[in-house]
Design a protein around this ligand. Structure first.
Ligand code: NAD
Length: 437
């Protein structure tokens, strides 16, 4: 089976590469010429652990190629995936489906009869049918199938997630679509991965409902963290104990500065907008979104409070800009709200991130980028951890204390042990524990 993957972002590139690793012949297509040129030189345009090795191997073995030539790739393929971006539309928060529809029109022009078009991008309910209508309008006599196969991989562990998913969701309209997805994911059957075959609409809804639920879970524990601080609790103890209940589960119960990233903010917003449109408002999700927004502001205020009554001219060192570790993605990262809020209060900000500098630099004007984690501490009145990169876990409290001017350490990911920092003479505070300010 020959596959074309339209869009070589975090999802399209990883999915295309993993399908080639399964032995399929895959062509990855993008409109971004620079990206395709880099990929053809075996340079990986995103940071994703393990991706470079898989690209090198499958490219060398001739199963994986990269091109901007949409038409020639599509015309030779049995399956065409759409994995382009679906960002938030400015103003109303709905998903911007322009890239999906544009890709559908181009696919229609060059596809061969019998092609299955699979939408992997996260799209609002009803979109797959619209894509089918676009293709039918462009090519009224064309025989094709449409399917929805939403992706659940997480950046930072994307290959493992793709290769060992909890489930595969296959939204289909006909037997051919179902059969194509069964064949593509057959390598996972050895691991008895459940494949949920359902309607197009259910598949579209499953993706949004999953992300909205996870965003709500994070927000729940963040609010519990606030309560713990007030009443003498410890959110980590509370979270780990409630997580032992199988009905709740231990994942996504880590209190922090608020969720971010390229999916949760835009997907909650798109789902809420859809629900409003159909007059079935999702009040829990609306509240989740506003609590999360407020939280980022509250985190900036917490740092400012640690600087004393007059923050103007003070310096804050920030460890971590990416929305989570092991990725260079900074889309909607809490750092993009917290750092500018500090700057607006007259604070100088020094930042470090192991991978996100290239993406974040244009978005954070006026900050001082540091090459090494310890450098952010130089002359800092306060230090804050925003992303829990492993490289930060073992930093020496004494070295940080020696290089800092002030004493405040705000660990928004609870990666450090308070007693070690307090012993080094620093005023440590984490999230969700009684002594926090
Ligand atoms: P991305 O922005 O990283 O990549 C999208 C790519 O599509 C870009 O390289 C862009 O140049 C390309 N593109 C746009 N229009 C095109 C066209 N007409 N033809 C060819 N290429 C085109 O996006 P992403 O993070 O990979 O997300 C893709 C989709 O997957 C989104 O709907 C997202 O919600 C969903 N998703 C993302 C993740 C994640 O962790 N990033 C996880 C699950 C699902």
């Amino acid at each position: 089976m020959r596959i074309t993957m339209i869009g070589t972002g975090y999802v399209g590139l990883v999915s295309g590469v993993c399908f080639s690793e399964f032995g399929f012949d895959v062509t990855c297509v993008d409109i971004d010429e620079g990206k395709i040129e880099r990929l053809n030189n075996l340079e990986v345009p995103i940071f994703e652990p393990g991706l470079d090795t898989l690209i090198e191997r499958n490219f060398a073995e001739g199963r994986l190629s990269f091109t901007t030539d949409f038409e020639s790739a599509v015309s030779r393929s049995d399956v065409v995936f759409i994995a382009v971006g679906t960002p938030s539309r400015r103003g109303d928060g709905e998903a911007d489906l322009t890239y999906v529809f544009e890709a559908a029109r181009r696919i229609a022009k060059s596809m061969k009869p019998g092609t299955t078009v699979v939408i992997k991008s996260t799209v609002v309910v009803g979109t797959c049918r619209k894509v089918a209508a676009i293709i039918a309008e462009e090519r009224p006599d064309m025989d094709f199938s449409i399917a929805s196969n939403p992706e659940f991989l997480r950046e930072g562990s994307a290959i493992e997630d793709f290769m060992r998913p909890d489930r595969v969701v296959a939204g289909v309209k006909d037997e051919r679509g179902a059969d194509v997805l069964r064949q593509l994911y057959r390598p996972l059957f050895l691991r008895e991965t459940p494949i949920v075959t359902t309607t197009l609409e259910n598949a579209e809804l499953i993706k949004y409902a999953s992300n909205a639920f996870l965003a709500m879970k994070i927000t729940f524990i963040n609010e519990m963290a606030d309560l713990c601080e007030k009443v003498g609790g410890d959110v980590q103890k509370v979270a780990s104990a409630i997580g032992l209940d199988n009905r709740i589960g231990s994942k996504f119960l880590h209190a922090g500065p608020g969720y971010g990233g390229s999916c949760f903010p835009k997907d909650t917003s798109a789902l809420a907008a859809t629900a409003r449109k159909y007059e079935a408002p999702l009040r829990l999700i609306e509240t989740t979104m506003s609590v999360n927004e407020e939280r980022k502001r509250a985190m900036a205020d917490r740092v400012l409070r640690a600087l004393g009554p007059d923050p103007v001219g003070k310096t804050v060192g920030i460890l971590g800009i990416a929305f989570k570790p092991n990725t260079d993605d900074v889309r909607d990262a809490p750092s993009l709200a917290i750092v500018p809020a500090l700057q607006a209060a007259g604070v100088e900000v020094r930042v470090h991130d192991p991978e996100a500098r290239e993406q974040a630099e244009p978005l954070l004007p006026g900050v001082k980028w540091c090459d090494a984690p310890y450098d952010v501490a130089d002359g800092a009145d306060a230090l804050a951890v925003l992303t829990e990169w492993n490289v930060y876990r073992g930093l020496s409290p004494q070295t940080l204390a020696d290089r800092m001017r002030g004493k405040a350490v705000i660990d928004m990911r609870n990666i450090w042990r308070p007693e070690e920092f307090n012993k080094a003479g620093l005023n440590y505070s984490g999230i969700g524990r009684a002594s926090e300010p």
